[in-house]
Design a protein. Structure first.
Length: 291
């Protein structure tokens, strides 16, 4: 029993020694000691793209209030017309409105400054009317070309009219709209159009283009010159036509797509007017205003 007690005492003493050595080792270790850092990774050959650095796409009407460099003489002329909007004479106000409307979108920055500075109700109403017309012309009317004929249906084949070559088709001109590109170029009622810029008519389509005859002309744009090959009596004529803008009353006739386009542009116009004309410029800080 005495021998067993001696062994137990020695075992307990050994355990206390081990625990003491462990405590001493922890105390000797610095408190700030951290595990060794992981090895640095090599930079990637394709760094991740920052989506926030990509600028948002500009809206189609963002350019309309950009300042256009003009001569001092032209600037004085525009400012004079704007001043005439407040004339006591009605004919002077009407003339000034017409000249500003005919000057194109480059006058919009001048109109905006005048609108925000004026407290004359009639002047502001005239500026609003002019600005809206210029917006619609830039975003809608100037982008849709128009020939100006009433087309017969179906297209004319050789079996229907021997003047049409075998295998070809033609668009019968039932009427010519007054004041349009077709009238100016000399198209007549009864003409048969068999080629557009050398491409044959196929079922009211031109060549391999999937668009209709009217749609192809619309996409050519205002001011584009097209050549129509036309049968008139026993003659074959080539007539050059300078396309004009589609009349406004024709946006809601015979073309649901154009009617929808017009509604979309008019909705964008409302947002543009509210954002750019009815809201004043943000105030500048004191340092920016100091001369």
């Amino acid at each position: 029993m005495k021998t067993l007690r001696i062994i137990e005492d020695r075992s307990q003493t050994f355990a206390w020694c081990v625990a003491g050595l462990a405590l001493l080792a922890c105390a000797a270790r610095p408190a700030s000691a951290q595990p060794p850092p992981a090895p640095a990774q090599a930079p990637s050959a394709h760094p991740p793209s920052d989506a926030s650095s990509t600028p948002p796409p500009k809206s189609p009407d963002a350019h309309l209030l950009d300042e256009v460099k003009i001569s001092e003489e032209r600037k004085t002329e525009i400012d004079g017309w704007i001043a005439e909007l407040a004339s006591p004479r009605f004919d002077v106000r009407v003339r000034a409105s017409r000249r500003l409307s005919e000057s194109g979108a480059s006058v919009l920055p001048h109109l905006r400054r005048a609108y925000l500075a004026s407290r004359d109700l009639e002047v502001r109403m005239r500026i609003e009317e002019i600005a809206r017309e210029l917006y619609l012309d830039d975003q809608l009317y100037s982008r849709n070309a128009f020939l100006g004929i009433l087309m017969g249906w179906p297209t004319i084949t050789h079996a229907m009219d021997p003047r049409v070559p075998l295998g070809a088709e033609g668009i019968h001109v039932e009427n010519v709209v007054e004041g349009t590109a077709a009238e100016e170029a000399g198209l007549r009622r009864g003409d048969i159009i068999i080629l557009l810029d050398g491409e044959p008519v196929r079922g009211n389509r031109i060549g391999g283009d999937p668009g209709s005859f009217s749609e192809i002309l619309r996409r050519r744009g205002v001011g584009a010159v097209v050549t129509l090959t036309v049968l008139r009596f026993e003659h074959t004529l080539e007539i050059d036509v300078t396309l004009r803008a589609r009349p406004r009353e024709y946006y809601d006739r015979d073309s649901p797509a154009l009617a929808e386009q017009r509604r979309a542009v008019e909705s964008a116009l409302l947002r543009w007017w509210t954002d750019r004309f009815t809201a004043p410029d943000p105030p500048q800080d004191a340092d920016a205003r100091r001369p």
